[in-house]
Design a protein around this ligand. Structure first.
Ligand code: AVI
Length: 309
């Protein structure tokens, strides 16, 4: 595990455009920091999605019709998934996330409140194909809220949707939330909050990498840098070197690897794509989803869709 992670990070950090995968954000500290981000005034997606889910609760439940199992992709603290329990009434709830300890604690809590729903928690890497042969006979509703789909490159998002339509076997669908294209100022502020929580979330990836592979990133050498790239319709998050920096990645038995960065060099940590409603619906349709129903807020800042497979 340690060796393959070291190898992965050595390749990504030594590339022409150095990067650290966003999956490294979500250790225990990072997961909690993300929860705090969702409470910030500047970070509108979470509360706007919640507003849509509440305002259109009945319509959404009608669109979903029947649900044998709610498969919560990227469940986090399970707060969003559990809010659907009373309206769509799943018989089973399967929570998936990258951060296992965090997820298990959340599901254990929830199970006490909803003993009638059969629940399980599973750690997964959503960048890999999903397969649920044991759920084939059930009507599955995949739930992917929070615009996490925006963190996939558009081609990867297409693959992800195709994977989900196949896993539904014609019986089920996808309930998904996605952030919409809007004015640049609102977007930039959402990823540059004055309290510095997003900066801490971004920098924490370095601490997580240090812990996982024994590298020696120092927080004081790096700063948070995020901006909206209009031509790509995406927020880009980077860590920018404050000075010339050398980082050592342990060689695990062989020689250590030293990577040099100059002041101003960037490590790309995340893209967060923003879509127009038309483009997003077209994307779902291309992947094989049908009867796509959409709901949005009065400012058209965020979009929720239910797409039948
Ligand atoms: C998880 N994901 C949808 C968040 C986003 O908005 O792309 C991650 C995030 N990064 C910085 N702030 C929030």
């Amino acid at each position: 595990m340690k060796n393959s992670l070291t190898e992965e990070l050595l390749v990504s950090l030594s590339a022409d455009k150095p990067s650290i995968s966003p999956k490294f954000f979500y250790d225990d500290v990072g997961s909690h920091l993300f929860d705090v981000i969702t409470l910030l005034d500047e970070y509108y997606p979470t509360r706007t999605e919640k507003w849509i889910m509440n305002a259109y609760r009945r319509e959404i439940a009608d669109a979903v019709t029947h649900c044998d199992i709610l498969v919560d992709l990227g469940a986090g603290n399970c707060a969003k998934g559990s809010q659907l329990f009373t309206s769509i009434k799943p018989k089973q709830y399967r929570a998936l996330d990258i951060s296992k300890e965090y997820l298990e604690a959340a599901v254990a809590d929830l199970q006490k409140q909803f003993p009638q729903i059969e629940m399980s928690a599973h750690a997964i890497d959503l960048s890999l194909p999903l397969t649920f042969p044991e759920l084939q006979a059930l009507r599955k509703v995949f739930f992917y809220p929070g615009s996490s789909i925006g963190n996939f490159d558009p081609e990867k998002a297409d693959q992800f949707f195709i994977n989900l339509t196949q896993e539904c076997y014609g019986n089920g669908g996808l309930l998904i939330g996605v952030d919409l294209v809007k004015d640049t100022q609102t977007l930039n502020l959402a990823y540059n909050d004055p309290l510095g929580v997003t900066a801490a979330f971004n920098l924490n990836a370095l601490l997580n990498v240090n812990r996982l592979i024994g590298s020696n990133f120092k927080l004081q050498d790096w700063e948070h840098y995020a901006f909206y790239n209009t031509s790509q319709s995406r927020i880009e998050m980077h860590l920018r070197a404050r000075s010339d920096v050398q980082v050592t990645l342990p060689g695990n038995g062989s020689q250590d690897h030293v990577i040099s960065f100059s002041a101003g060099d960037l490590i790309h940590t995340e893209n967060s794509y923003k879509y127009t409603q038309e483009h997003f619906v077209e994307k779902l349709g291309r992947a094989g989803f049908t009867k796509i129903q959409c709901w949005t807020d009065p400012n058209k800042h965020f979009l929720v869709c239910f797409a039948n497979a």
